[in-house]
Design a protein around this ligand. Structure first.
Ligand SMILES: Nc1ncnc2c1ncn2[C@@H]1O[C@H](COP(=O)(O)OP(=O)(O)OP(=O)(O)O)[C@@H](O)[C@H]1O
Ligand SMILES: [Mg+2]
Length: 273
């Protein structure tokens, strides 16, 4: 019997680096991190795209303040907002209806997003993954030319356990893990004191040490993060001088550094656009 064939990698000629933002667990802040990381990379002077790989639970339209559905026959994609190039299933169908879709649709539309959307020249294409290790992760790790993955966790053990699963998955499919970000790490009160709401002890940093991957930084809890996300104007854009925005700018620096250290993935023969 012939050996099983590796799926063909898609080639995105104008895109220098594709970065996936992932976590094992839902609700830890992947979409918030992906959105603000993309904006922070752009503030560092890079050309950046943001692809929402959450086909049946897209968050990017709300977070970027684009709450309408567009006719694909008359609208040019990717859309643009705050200087980022954007694509999400939520631009084609109402996020509520997208919820009922299942597996094969995920593969189909992610491939369409990667191959049919003219991303043009980009330094970074940031991909916001849904939670878990399911169809979207499989399609992207097998077919997208990923430079690496950023794993988002929260400080508590239940989140760290799932982050470990995410790490394992990327290891198995040989996608470099660029590092771990601990989101909602701490809260700085009006008294200036630091409160570790979810857990004390730097779990994200420890996990990074155990796994032998870089720790990329911790992001505080700030109600303005949630508020600006809901209002469609992410904190890095709305409050660029806030302490949280500064942590995102540092995160962007760390991610760029780790991508450079991981090296550019070798060009593979594949579906030339
Ligand atoms: N640092 C933060 N401070 C305060 N709120 C935050 C922070 N990070 C994320 N949030 C809020 O937490 C909620 C969950 O975040 P988000 O949607 O980014 O998570 P997710 O991991 O993408 O979720 P899902 O697994 O459903 O895709 C959102 O309301 C978001 O605004
Ligand atoms: Mg999300």
């Amino acid at each position: 019997m012939p050996p099983p064939q590796e799926p063909q990698k898609i080639v995105l000629p104008g895109v220098k680096h594709v970065v996936a933002v992932a976590s094992g667990k839902g609700g830890v802040g992947k979409s918030t991190v992906a959105t603000n990381l993309a904006l922070a990379l752009q503030m560092h002077g890079r050309k950046v795209g943001l692809l929402d790989a959450d086909i049946y639970g897209p968050s990017i339209p709300i977070m970027m303040g684009i709450n309408e559905v567009f006719d694909p026959n008359t609208t040019a994609f990717p859309l643009e907002r705050y200087g980022l190039k954007l694509m999400s299933m939520g631009f084609w169908v109402k996020p509520e209806s997208a919820m009922i879709w299942r597996g094969p649709m995920v593969h189909k539309y992610l491939t369409v997003f990667l191959t049919q959307i003219p991303w043009g020249e980009l330094d970074y294409l940031v991909i916001d993954l849904p939670p878990g290790t399911g169809d979207a992760q499989l399609t992207l790790t097998q077919t997208a030319p990923l430079s690496g993955a950023v794993i988002v966790t929260m400080p508590q053990e239940v989140s760290l356990i799932d982050a470990r699963k995410g790490l394992e998955m990327f290891n198995q499919v040989r996608v470099p893990v660029l590092g771990i970000v601990e989101n909602m790490s701490y809260f700085v009160g009006e008294d200036g004191k630091r409160y570790e709401i979810f857990r004390h002890g730097g779990g994200g940093r420890k996990l990074a040490e155990q796994a032998g991957v870089p720790f990329l930084g911790d992001i505080p809890i700030d109600p303005r993060v949630a508020e600006s996300g809901d209002l469609g104007d992410p904190i890095v854009h709305k409050h660029p001088d806030s302490p949280v925005a500064k942590t995102y700018l540092e995160l962007a620096t760390a991610v760029s550094r780790e991508i450079a250290a991981a090296g550019v993935p070798a060009p593979l023969p594949g579906l030339q656009l």
